[in-house]
Design a protein around this ligand. Structure first.
Ligand code: ATP
Ligand code: MG
Length: 240
């Protein structure tokens, strides 16, 4: 099919299926998902409980493999990779932000942000410089030495965003990033996502909250393992 957009998409899912097997029982959690997300897009994924959002997120994040179909991440075919290669592509290509922040409590903000670079084998002064820059970018340049327990929830989530971004990933993947935050902190984090989007970052955010999804430029709705609505696809392209 001809396509007017010629740059390599960050995400390209075609006919993706995911079947879970529990004993002799099979459950098809994704039943043929096509999804293309281009560089610089800010996409919210919504859908009822059990619709397949986390399953989709795990596949997008290379945390799980697909049963059928194909997934190209920044041009790389992910479908064929084993666990070790998946871990590698995850480290290089994806920054994660979770509902529970997932920071290490005994380490300073700076050390938390430096961690992904240690796995990536970036050394000494450069590692520190990049972590400081990432924390400055999220407005925490004056909190480098604070441990997570010495920061507010919103600040902790901003540290997590800095950690997600420090490796310059192609994709920022966030699962209910404001789920544990009060209204003010939620706004801080969402404002940060707006800024990152304005700077050209590619963001995919899973949320239950319509208010959060409204900040995104595009909303993908999932139901019963299928994409049932996608505001980024022209109406004529959607099969009824
Ligand atoms: N490991 C698993 N084994 C078997 N079935 C699973 C497994 N994980 C998920 N499922 C099933 O797949 C379907 C989709 O689950 P998923 O976690 O993706 O939903 P969700 O949209 O994230 O829901 P929620 O909003 O409640 O988090 C559900 O019916 C769930 O029971
Ligand atoms: Mg879920």
């Amino acid at each position: 099919m001809a396509d007017a957009r010629d740059s390599t998409p960050v995400i390209d899912l075609a006919g993706v299926r995911k079947t879970y097997r529990t004993g002799s029982i099979e459950f098809e959690a994704l039943r043929g998902v096509d999804l293309r997300i281009d560089e610089g897009e800010y996409v919210a994924v919504m859908g009822p409980s059990g619709s397949g959002k986390s399953t989709l997120m795990n596949i997008l994040g290379c945390l799980d493999t697909l049963t059928a179909g194909s997934y190209r991440l920044a041009g790389e075919d992910v479908g064929e990779l084993d666990e070790i290669d998946l871990a590698d592509i995850r480290n290089r290509r994806i920054g994660f932000v979770f509902q529970q922040f997932n920071l290490l409590p005994s380490l300073s903000a700076l050390r938390n942000v430096e961690l992904p670079l240690m796995y990536g084998r970036v050394h000494g002064a450069e590692r520190r410089e990049r972590a400081v820059a990432a924390l400055e970018r999220v407005g925490l340049g004056d909190r480098l030495d604070n441990r997570p327990g010495e920061l507010s929830g919103g600040q902790q989530q901003r540290v997590a965003v800095a950690r997600a971004l420090v490796g310059e990933p192609a994709l920022l993947l966030a699962d209910e990033p404001t789920g544990n935050l009060d209204t003010v902190s939620s706004h801080d984090v969402l404002r940060l996502f707006d800024e990152l989007h304005a700077q050209g970052r590619t963001i995919v955010l899973i949320t239950h909250e319509a208010e959060v999804a409204e900040r995104a430029q595009r909303v993908v709705r999932v139901r019963d393992g299928l994409v049932v609505e996608d505001t980024g696809v022209p109406r004529t392209a959607v099969v009824a």
